[in-house]
Design a binder for this molecule. Structure first.
Ligand SMILES: Nc1nc2c(ncn2[C@@H]2O[C@H](COP(=O)(O)OP(=O)(O)OP(=O)(O)O)[C@@H](O)[C@H]2O)c(=O)[nH]1
Ligand SMILES: [Mg+2]
Length: 260
């Protein structure tokens, strides 16, 4: 059982905004947390954010490495034998972001077709969608569009943040990898997703990726909370937006081309 009162592990404390992986496909490229968010945290005006659990769903083809990715981060383990996820599984991770407790519920879903209808009933209410493909398998990249479309059917596209994650980076040569990355960046841009490449075998980028997920989910939760509380105060909706390169947090998401 997770003890919600115990202090957060020291290696789950986020004091600065972790950087993106590729500037060409990032949710935003600001070097620090949104100033409105930073001051709200400093003044302890984050409302219910510190008590909430954010749901993150992880989807993608069978055997691309979704379970291994979550296990590398949450348990620091790696299993080379494939055991299909049946339906869904989840892990909890507690963070502290800018001094505020913040929990992620990571939902590991099944990629196998026959378990898909069970898994999809758990898609609803996600704050972030992580779509995984294998960097050595171009078909799995092509299928990410369908995974996104299915996940968005159960969620409000304007309220969810997206990550496209290439897995098993250890199995590709630098030349193969960079060839594939060109395509992956295009797909990520089209989806308005942030792109990452990881290896659960070596651990490369795994922690950095989840820290980025936690930080960006937190940032958008605080912005949403501030918007709600100011709407309550003045009886109208106030949009908190930034004029910087902030494609995803302020602009309402258009339905991506790939899921029409
Ligand atoms: N070399 C290497 N193998 C990996 C990596 N990640 C996963 N694998 C292997 O790929 C296989 C599938 O991994 P899983 O994590 O079970 O895949 P999954 O996406 O959860 O599959 P489903 O649950 O069926 O949807 C296993 O044999 C893993 O050991 C990685 O980063 N590098
Ligand atoms: Mg699995």
């Amino acid at each position: 059982m997770m003890n919600v009162l115990a202090p957060v592990r020291r290696d789950r404390v986020i004091a600065d905004l972790p950087p993106c992986f590729r500037k060409e496909a990032a949710l935003h490229t600001r070097p620090a947390f949104h100033p409105t968010v930073a001051s709200a945290c400093q003044e302890q005006r984050t409302g219910t954010v510190g008590f909430k659990i954010s749901k993150i769903i992880v989807v993608g083809d069978l055997s691309v490495g979704k379970t291994c990715l979550i296990n590398r981060f949450c348990k620091d383990t790696f299993d080379k034998n494939y055991k299909a996820t049946i339906g869904v599984d989840f892990e909890m991770e507690r963070f502290e972001v800018l001094g505020v407790p913040f929990s992620l519920q990571l939902w590991d879903t099944a990629g196998q077709e026959r378990f898909k209808c069970i898994a999809s009933t758990y898609y609803r209410g996600a704050q972030a969608i992580v779509i995984v493909f294998d960097v050595n398998d171009v078909a799995s990249l092509e299928h990410t569009r369908q995974w996104l479309a299915d996940a968005l059917k159960e969620n409000d596209p304007s309220n969810v943040i997206l990550f496209l994650v290439g897995s098993k980076k250890d199995l590709s040569t630098p030349a193969q990898y960079s060839l594939m990355e060109k395509d992956a960046l295009k797909v990520a841009q089209e989806m308005q997703a942030e792109y990452w490449a990881v290896s659960s075998l070596t651990g490369e980028n795994v922690r950095d990726f989840f820290f980025r997920v936690a930080a960006l989910t937190f940032e958008s939760s605080v912005l949403a909370e501030l918007e709600r509380s100011s709407a309550r105060r003045i009886g109208d909706t106030v949009r908190i937006s930034s004029n910087e390169n902030d494609l995803y947090l302020s602009a309402p998401r258009k339905k991506p081309k790939c899921c029409q």
